[in-house]
Ligand binder design. Structure first.
Ligand code: ADP
Ligand code: MG
Length: 403
């Protein structure tokens, strides 16, 4: 801002002083307003706020000090810089000037260069302050907008995750429940038929035998479907971290894996999948053994279902090492690997490439939640199509110690 834009209010009861100052300032292109008393000055600032006030102290009526105090007590006028321009020279007067809120003190008679320099300093300072505070306001506003946009984003992401979850659960439960309903409806109509025949007295033995065998088959189908539904519900429950009430204890990592694997042993042998447990035999840790069990279970399940889907044989390698403040566990297979697209969605709930063929898409989501939330660790995957997959799970020692 150049000097000519600034408006200065000069307050003095002496017309000669006013004239002199007005001339000096006008020559420098300041806009000048004048008031001949403190009371008038207060009135004048009510209509419009000047950029700076030059204020005499000794005046009839309100003194300069009182005028300054009045200005500083009002929110609208408190930020106007006030320079006292006075014949008073005593140190006490100067101190009082600052105490009542003045920014500077120039004694009369003054040298014009000094007065102009002081005016320039204070108008520039006050202008900078105004610019800064308006920038601050803009920043604050932008920040608030950003925050509300972020909240909105999180909300909509949560909703979309929830939507996917609900869609996945409905999809999975639809089949077993549908099969059960069909089965029970068939049972209902054949029961009605048999009761009719019974009532009419023409029920034959073969009809009854047929009915009983059909009922038996339907029972088996319905029961199987309902069991599947229950299994699914139990599986879904694992997604919620609170469902794991596993107690922590000291256990041997090598044996923990062997136990987890025992249930898969037969199925893996049939497919020529060799599992090598290379975890050091003496590696004991204190943590939640059930969680590790669950993690291995899901990883092994995937090896069986996905990694060697098209291969007649394969190898799974299990390794672990204690590091300075963590334990690293490696789980790798030399199966078919995963492309970038699968890797990107691997941990998403309900992401599966085997929809309708035994995949629920929850296995890796559960692994991820268990590792990152329950064990406060991290999981990394290196995988290439045709070259197998390697998971590296890192668990910090402090959560192990706490556990
Ligand atoms: N070891 C693996 N080798 C190849 N693909 C895998 C492996 N593990 C997981 N996947 C892929 O990741 C997907 C998601 O796995 P997961 O969350 O366990 O769901 P699901 O096993 O029910 O399909 C699988 O459908 C499969 O495509
Ligand atoms: Mg799985």
């Amino acid at each position: 801002m150049s000097d000519e834009c600034f408006e200065i209010l000069v307050v003095d009861d002496n017309p000669n002083n006013l004239k002199l100052v007005r001339k000096l300032l006008s020559e420098r292109n300041y806009k000048v307003r004048i008031s001949t008393s403190g009371e008038m000055a207060l009135k004048s600032v009510e209509s419009s706020i000047p950029d700076l006030i030059l204020l005499d102290i000794t005046m009839p009526g309100m003194s300069g000090f009182e005028t300054c105090q009045a200005l500083k007590s009002k929110a609208e006028t408190k930020d106007i810089p006030v320079i006292f321009l006075s014949a008073l020279k005593e140190e006490n007067d100067i101190i009082k000037g600052f105490e009542v809120g003045g920014v500077d003190f120039v004694t009369k008679p003054f040298r014009s260069e000094i007065l102009l320099a002081r005016i320039k300093t204070h108008t520039t300072l006050s202008h900078l302050q105004k610019t800064l505070s308006s920038k601050n306001e803009t920043l604050e506003k932008n920040y608030q907008e950003l925050q509300s946009a972020q909240e909105h984003l999180i909300r909509s992401q949560k909703m979309s995750a929830l939507g996917k979850m609900v869609k996945g659960i409905s999809h999975e439960l639809n089949t077993p429940i549908g099969v059960s309903i069909t089965g029970v409806s068939a049972l209902e109509s054949s029961t009605k038929q048999i009761m009719n025949s019974l009532n009419k007295g023409d029920l034959t033995q073969s009809e009854l035998l047929n009915f009983l065998s059909e009922t038996n088959n339907l029972n088996t189908t319905v029961l199987g479907s309902l069991r599947k539904a229950v299994d699914l519900v139990n599986f879904f429950k694992q997604v919620s971290i609170e469902e794991h009430h596993d107690a922590s204890s000291k256990f041997n990592l090598y044996r923990n894996f062997d136990d987890s694997f025992s249930g898969f042993k037969k199925a893996f042998e049939e497919r020529n999948i060799v599992v090598k447990n290379e975890i050091p035999c003496n590696l004991d840790i204190t943590s939640f053994p059930g969680i590790f069990y669950q993690i291995y279970n899901n990883l092994l399940n995937n090896v069986y279902l996905h990694a060697f889907e098209r291969k007649r044989e394969g190898t799974v390698l299990l390794g672990a090492e204690k590091q300075q403040d963590s334990v690293l566990i490696r789980f790798e297979d030399n199966g078919q690997g995963m492309d970038d697209d699968v890797q990107e969605q691997l941990y998403d709930a309900f992401f599966t490439t085997k929809r309708g063929q035994g995949g629920t898409g929850l296995g890796m989501n559960i692994v991820y939640t268990l590792v990152t939330e329950k064990l406060a660790g991290s999981i990394d995957l290196e995988s290439k199509v045709g070259n197998g997959s390697r998971f590296t799970i890192s668990i910090p020692q402090d959560t192990l110690a706490e556990a």
